[in-house]
Write a protein that binds this ligand. Structure first.
Ligand code: GLU
Length: 283
């Protein structure tokens, strides 16, 4: 396993709303980790989903993070500026027969599942029933030539056969056996975006030399896929730390739309950075 020399941590928000206390926890957690292990601290803007990301939220998150006292390296990596890198990873996987085009709509998938009466679920929802997995190359070509939009899915069986058994090291959960098969043939490039969260995050962590991936427990399962992609693309393997999620007084997990607890609202109410640290238990 190759590890880059200099330790590096990152915070990788998606600018789809104002930062809330949950983000502050995640950002400060990573910032503290960086301090603990004398690591670089990087910020990455995960803005591939152009339907949901907004420049105004990106600008706001720089302001909120700086107000909290964080400092990050410049230039900040913005995923939307790196689509050719994701494409070249997809090309590598395609050359080895590890991805295939999927022309299915949600309706096609629902109908197929309805007919089979069997709907196994993975962490991202229902497991793809493999409708497009066995299309011949000429069928694939005809549909592409006909302008049908398509996603690219990982051929999980082949991927597992090539990767062998994999593990990852999680500073909270210990050594974890990777079981990416729980996702089935996961989408690596969406119809509308030509990449995906799983592909972009894995490549970016490698390209940015991240050695400690810190993020919330809600993304724990995603690491099964990321570990597999690292093996397939011959990328360095970081350590992970999936931290607890911040909940409100009623024990409800904070979501981005929980606007009352947006950092900027709290700032406007006169709260100071240390008040925020206290509220999330990081002081
Ligand atoms: N961009 C993701 C989010 O805002 C986090 C990605 C990650 O930390 O791996 O939920």
């Amino acid at each position: 396993m190759i590890r880059p020399e200099t330790p590096a941590c990152r915070f990788a928000p998606s600018p789809t709303g104002y930062l809330h206390l949950g983000h502050a926890y995640s950002a400060l957690f990573s910032w503290q980790k960086a301090r603990e292990v004398s690591a670089r601290f990087l910020l990455r803007i995960e803005d591939i989903d152009t339907t949901r990301c907004r420049k105004i939220f990106e600008q706001a998150l720089y302001e909120d993070l700086a107000w909290l006292g964080l400092e990050w390296e410049i230039p900040v990596r913005r995923q939307s500026e790196h689509l050719p890198e994701y494409q070249s990873a997809l090309d590598k996987l395609a050359q080895r027969g590890l991805i295939y085009p999927c022309f299915c709509t949600r309706k096609d998938i629902a109908e197929e599942i309805g007919q089979s009466g069997n709907a196994p679920h993975g962490p991202d929802g229902v497991i793809y029933p493999g409708i497009c997995k066995h299309l011949s190359s000429s069928e694939q070509k005809d549909r592409k030539d006909g302008g049908a939009p398509y996603a690219l899915r990982l051929h999980m069986d082949r991927a597992l056969a090539q990767s062998g058994t994999l593990f990852w090291q999680d500073l909270a959960a210990g050594d974890v056996h990777a079981t990416p098969e729980i996702f089935g043939d996961v989408v690596l490039a969406r119809k509308d975006i030509a990449t995906s969260y799983h592909l972009s995050v894995t490549l970016d962590d490698a390209l940015q030399g991240i050695t400690y991936v810190t993020r919330g427990r809600d993304l724990f399962e995603a690491t099964h896929i990321h570990r597999l992609l690292q093996a397939l693309l011959d990328l360095p393997v970081p350590r992970w730390h999936h931290h607890e999620l911040v909940s409100d007084d009623q024990g409800v997990r904070l979501a981005k739309r929980h606007n009352a607890l947006a950092i900027r609202v709290l700032r406007e109410e006169g709260k100071k950075p240390d008040d925020i640290r206290k509220m999330i238990g990081l002081l």
